[in-house]
Ligand binder design. Sequence first.
Ligand SMILES: CC(C)(COP(=O)(O)OP(=O)(O)OC[C@H]1O[C@@H](n2cnc3c(N)ncnc32)[C@H](O)[C@@H]1OP(=O)(O)O)[C@@H](O)C(=O)NCCC(=O)NCCS
Length: 336
Amino acid sequence: MSNTNSSTELQNGFGRVIGIGSFLPKDVLTNDDLAKIVETNDQWITERTGIKTRHISDPKTDTTESMAIAAAKAAVKDSGIDPSEIGLVVVASTTPNILFPALAACVQAAVDADNAMCFDLNAACPGFITAFVTAQNYIRSGMVNCALVVGAENLTNYVDFEDRGTCILFGDGAGAVVLKADENVGYDAIMRAAGKRGECLRCESYMQKGREKTPEFIKSNYINMDGQTVFKFAVTEVPRVIDNLLTKTGTDPDEIDYFILHQANRRIIESVAKHLKQPIEKFPMNIENTGNTSSASIPILLDEMKKAGKLGEGKKKVVISSFGAGLIWGAFQTEI
Ligand SMILES: CC(C)(COP(=O)(O)OP(=O)(O)OC[C@H]1O[C@@H](n2cnc3c(N)ncnc32)[C@H](O)[C@@H]1OP(=O)(O)O)[C@@H](O)C(=O)NCCC(=O)NCCS
């Protein structure tokens, strides 16, 4: 079994990505729009983050649930499978609109995956890769043959639009993939966490018995972030985990067609490319138009790449890596 943190070569018998889908809300917030809300400007945001616009949910029509369902339906359609084949639905979200039932059960109902087990998973921004790695292990163990993995977020619900250090970064959306067991697919992963360093990125639940609704407590219900600490964490740990993964799979970085990274900040992605001594063209980005959509960022980007004809025939060797609150980070390698 390859998905331990100690094996040395790629094994077979994991899931192959056979369908991809995504959903982005139609409303768009530009940097100029933000400059009317907080003291900032387009040049500052563009230079520090690479973000120009982000999609934001319409409170009348878009929920985390509705976006997850839209992305999941598109992925199932793209895969061409009968939904009854799906044995597992897992939804990664750190901003669910309902605590229970699980969003995964709502998705199951909407896509008619009547034979699937369901659960949600919260690993913040690396939620999608954590869910993907989890689903791969269900497939590898033989427990399920086919899995639907979704990342869905409504982050702007949790953004403090008085905090210029965070409100410029985040956007909403959802993405999904369908995985099907395939003896010929290569796959391996390394996942890491450092909970002791988690204070730098935190958001507390509003529903806490006994907590007085003081201004400090109300602030804590929004995304609180020490941006520089998160930045340093990402530019240190992401290249390291990718290096470790490539060593584990015995792959030269030059053999990788695409390094698909969590879309948090263009400068973080450029720094990883520099460390790996790989051309920036191998690091696809859509952050300019989406901002950071947390666990949705990677499947949204995969969908864009597939629609642009860059992925989807199983011929591209990819390393996919994400990082975020926890602190949690990791990477996996496969062919899409
Ligand atoms: C948030 C981030 C863009 C801030 O950029 P930075 O270069 O680290 O900026 P700093 O926080 O050091 O702030 C520098 C100055 O810009 C100011 N500033 C912060 N946000 C600003 C904004 N939106 N517009 C204009 N100025 C801003 C600060 O107040 C500070 O001013 P000061 O020197 O007068 O105090 C950057 O730290 C970052 O992207 N970090 C990673 C965050 C992330 O990806 N989080 C999610 C992980 S999943």
